[in-house]
Design a protein around this ligand. Sequence first.
Ligand code: UD1
Ligand code: CA
Length: 453
Amino acid sequence: MKLGIVILAAGQGTRMKSRLPKVLHPLAGKPLLAHVIDTASVLQPDRMVVVYGHGGEQVRDALDRPGLQWVEQAEQLGTGHAVQQAVPALQDVDRVLILYGDVPLMRAESLKALLNNSGSGFGLMTVDLDDPTGYGRILRDERGRVQGIVEQKDAEPWQLEIGEINTGIMLVDARSLENWLERLTPKNAQGEYYLTDIVSLAVAEGMEIQVTQPGDPVEAEGVNSRSQLAALERVYQRWQANALMDRGVTLRDPARFDLRGNLTTGMDVSLDVNVLLEGEVVLGDNVSIGANTVLRNVRVADNVLIRENCVIEDAIIGPDSAIGPFSRIRPGTELVGGAHVGNFVEIKNSSIGLGSKVNHLTYIGDTSMGAGVNIGAGTITCNYDGAFKHRTVIEDNAFIGSNAALVAPVTVGEDATIGAGSVIARDAPAAELTVARSKQVTIRGWKRPKKGA
Ligand code: UD1
Ligand code: CA
């Protein structure tokens, strides 16, 4: 049987009070709608259709991908009307699963349960809530069979007492769906074409509604406001934290850890509080990350210590390296291995050879550094002449004295030593001491000025 999935995403999201369409607001760094699309993809549907709103091209541009179809619902006339827009794109499927672009936590396992429970019949996802206010209520007969759904605004007082609510997620036979949608009318409190009305139409045809509940009721929660978004972010982060701990990662406080992307970990990884990982992050065995450190698209090899308050982006950190506290490693940087990068050091687009040390107050940019190099405190590679960037080459075992300025393009040869305070604008030869600073003089008998003299 061919499966089609429709994702409704045409709503305005006015309560977000944002220029950004609601479904593009990020949860764990990824747009809400992308969460739904990714989960839906796990079910390997034969077709997937997103219904987007008028002016929602921004959504389409942000999230388009092969195999995804986009259908515009120019006017939001209700959920039934929204699904109807997708019908022409679903001519060759047998079953249709309806999902929502602003319900990001629904898990593939729960949807699989819905598919399995429903067979070729009518499947409905419901949850029981202590406070069902605002939701459509599930109406059952005396034998517990679902008879229909009544919206909050249309409900009788006794119906408002019902705690079982409609999540909106349903699985229906494609041909029946098409037929029922044509029969919907907007005769209700909101003057909308309610998708929920197809339930009573199915019952009238003698169909039985198969109800499935998600593993966790929070999976059914939608995002309508910034505070709901923040609440779901915390839930999602907690799920990720739990999964990481199950995999053997130490989180010093799972409530103070955020992952906005994908994390791959080796054995005995330990993350202190307020670690933020973004994009694709890979951590090898025995990697320890200190408090308040941010890693964005970083690969870290085994036995690496990253201390507190570091920001590392688009970089590769080789094994046995030690970084921080307060180091900033920018895009295009690779520490080959065994390197030490210390406090108030910025490194950009550079490779740092095996065992080299850049420990204090330094800027290294556009530099190829060999192995065993020692960079003195306060060293600056002057890589920018105001118009162009130039490279600095520092060969193996060079020793750069403190507060040197290496004016690129320039090469410091193997085993070379640079005197402290030097401005090196021409290549420094291998294995020699090069000093470029004015000679120290002593003015004999010079007197310091004194007040009142
Ligand atoms: C709907 C259900 C209600 C259910 C609730 C769950 C109907 C009539 N009611 O109510 O039973 O408890 O969801 O959250 O279906 N949308 C469109 N086009 C439209 C209208 C809505 O794409 O014309 C999309 C919205 O973007 C949203 C979803 O459909 O993602 C639900 O719309 P919303 O207006 O929030 O539905 P509710 O009134 O909350
Ligand atoms: Ca509504």
